[in-house]
Write a protein that binds this ligand. Structure first.
Ligand code: SAH
Length: 558
């Protein structure tokens, strides 16, 4: 049995999906952050649980050959990077393995389909977006930074090595302004204070910069002066926007934006096309890697001039629009209204005439499109981390049955879960390519080509969609799509699977319900359910509570 505070000599033999080192002491798995495979070290045990324990590095006896010296003074504290202490080669190996493990263990898919990971050309200053929380530092001055690992404590950042260097003078200028005028940072607990986040975007190809200040209020004092000061330090700033978020939430942006300088958006170039990006629209954070990702997706799609392409979770339309020249018709679906507005304008500014975009939940919109008789030869899905729901997978398989589906994912675990459902419905994965869009962090993107096992099983009828003779009217789908209320479809099963895959233990439904209830989340229990308890109800352990909260965060429920 391991004891808290005791020190053990051991070797790190693997990394968890989050990137923490794992070693085995007395046949118990011990998780040790900031370590590398092959480190021989003394580990101090800090927490012992039934099946595993947590430790911290006491001292390293023989460093792993993967180790490098961290080039960031705050990398051990900051929650932004995971891998500043290991070589990029070792990081790529870990990410490839992470995709391989998820695909084989959760997805039940042949691991030999997983191709080489595509490395990033740049591993420094590649991020074109920063959303930095604002808080008081220990001297009572306003500071802008990153959250510490697994915490909402803000660590000041002077020179983040991941994001565009253009952001640093903007951060300094904004911090000076906020301190001079004694503005207050937002406090999550008391839901008071004005300044929530400083959010910046840098269109790296066109060199245009957007600054957005997210506030818990309607107005920022001395707005005009702030604009003048910011533009004086960085003349590439094309627009400055106030985003209003007065909700008690950890969602960063609110729904309302007010432009205080410029046009309210910036424009970037991707795969030779121009894309307008407004503050609430998604845009890939690593532009040059996104081009590689889209190129792979395009190769997988093998599009032909008479085909129809459906781009689900399309954001500002980037993926579909870069392929629109290869198809007859393109339809895009996305839930954020501003992103759909951008997508429509992006089609216009690139002179693309065969594209239509709809605002709504991908699952509901796909169902409606199918009902209208739309056929798709290729469907691209690029959902957020929680993956797509099984209803959408069913609709794709049963109602569209396209010869090719391309799944782009930023979470190997939910990807693998969804691939399993696809497989049960007759769609097999043919190629799996991990792409490193997020160097030095634990995240990895994956693109998968799926194909129907029975390629001749579908009827290839082309129906044109729009106004006019022989076309299927779909003019009011956008209006109807707006009425769709996106429902939170995170099920207890998803939470359980996520926790089992990540933490290796099971959690009871009652425990998830208890945590949800404690957090004040809506419960969907049947109103007439009668519960007979044979034994008094037990409560979840602190670890299980943390795991459940982690899952709820992962699926964006909290
Ligand atoms: N394909 C785009 C965006 C991918 S990010 C690109 O490469 O740039 C995922 C997108 O899915 C986001 O734009 C997000 O707003 C959108 N989204 C999230 N939930 C959705 C849902 N239920 N239905 C449709 N779109 C959704």
């Amino acid at each position: 049995m391991l004891n808290k505070n005791q020190i053990y000599k051991t070797e790190i033999t693997g990394l968890t999906s989050e990137g923490n080192g794992v070693c085995h002491i007395d046949s118990m798995a011990v998780f040790v952050p900031n370590t590398a495979v092959g480190d021989i070290l003394n580990v101090r045990i800090v927490k012992v649980l039934k099946k595993y324990a947590f430790g911290i590095v006491e001292n390293i006896i023989t460093p792993s050959s993967d180790r490098i010296t961290s080039d960031c003074p705050i990398s051990l504290k900051c929650g932004g990077c995971m891998f500043r202490h290991i070589s990029y080669e070792a990081e790529l190996k870990f990410k490839h393995q992470r995709v391989y493990d998820a695909i084989t263990r959760i997805g039940g898919i042949d691991g030999s389909l997983v191709g080489e990971i595509i490395p990033s050309d740049r591993i420094m200053a590649y991020r074109n977006k920063a959303q930095l929380p604002i808080a008081y530092d220990k001297n009572g001055n306003i500071t802008v930074g990153f959250f510490a690992q697994r915490s909402h404590r803000v660590i000041s950042v002077d020179n983040c090595l991941l994001h565009s260097e253009a952001f640093n003078p903007i951060i300094d200028c904004f911090t000076d302004f906020a301190n001079e005028y004694k503005l207050t940072p937002y406090d999550e607990k008391s839901h008071s204070g004005l300044l929530r986040h400083l959010y910046m975007r840098h269109a790296m190809e066109t060199d245009e910069i957007m600054v957005c200040i997210i506030i818990n209020g309607k107005k920022l004092p001395h707005e005009n002066e702030l604009c003048e000061r910011l533009i004086a330090v960085e003349n590439r700033i094309k627009t400055i926007v106030i985003n209003i978020n007065c909700d008690k939430t950890n969602v960063i942006t609110g729904k309302e934006c007010r432009t205080i300088f410029g046009s309210g958006y910036i424009t970037d170039k991707l795969c030779g096309l121009s894309f307008r990006i407004s503050p609430l629209s998604f845009y890939q954070v690593n532009r040059s890697q996104a081009e590689k990702l889209y190129t792979i997706a395009r190769d997988f799609a093998e599009l032909k001039p008479d085909e129809t392409l459906l781009d689900l979770y399309c954001g500002t339309g980037t993926i579909g629009l870069t392929m629109a020249d290869s198809v007859k018709r393109l339809y895009g679906v996305e839930i954020i209204p501003q992103a759909i507005e951008d997508a429509k304008i992006n089609a216009e500014i690139n002179n693309i005439k065969n594209a239509e975009f709809f605002c709504g939940d991908a699952s509901l919109a796909a169902e409606k499109l199918a009902q209208q008789g739309i056929k798709a030869d290729c469907i691209i899905i690029d959902p957020p981390r929680k993956g797509c729901d099984s209803t959408l997978i069913n609709t794709i398989s049963e109602k569209f049955s396209p010869p090719r589906v391309i799944y782009i994912s930023c979470d190997p675990a939910t990807l693998a879960r969804d691939l399993k459902i696809f497989n049960e419905l007759g769609y097999s994965a043919f190629k799996v390519i991990p792409v490193d869009l997020f160097p030095r962090t634990g995240h990895v993107e994956t693109v998968v080509l799926l194909s129907h096992k029975k390629p001749d099983g579908h009827i290839n009828v082309k129906v044109e969609f729009g106004e006019g003779e022989g076309k299927v009217p779909l003019d009011n789908i956008a209006k109807r799509a707006e009425e769709y209320k996106p429902k939170e479809r995170v099920t207890y099963k998803m939470i359980k699977e996520y926790i089992e895959a990540k933490y290796g233990f099971k959690v009871h439904t009652a425990y998830i319900a208890e945590v949800k209830r404690d957090l004040g989340l809506p419960m969907y229990d049947a109103p007439n359910a009668v519960e007979e308890l044979k034994q008094p109800r037990k409560h979840p352990t602190a670890e299980k509570v943390e795991a459940i909260k982690d899952a709820l965060k992962h699926f964006e429920v909290i």
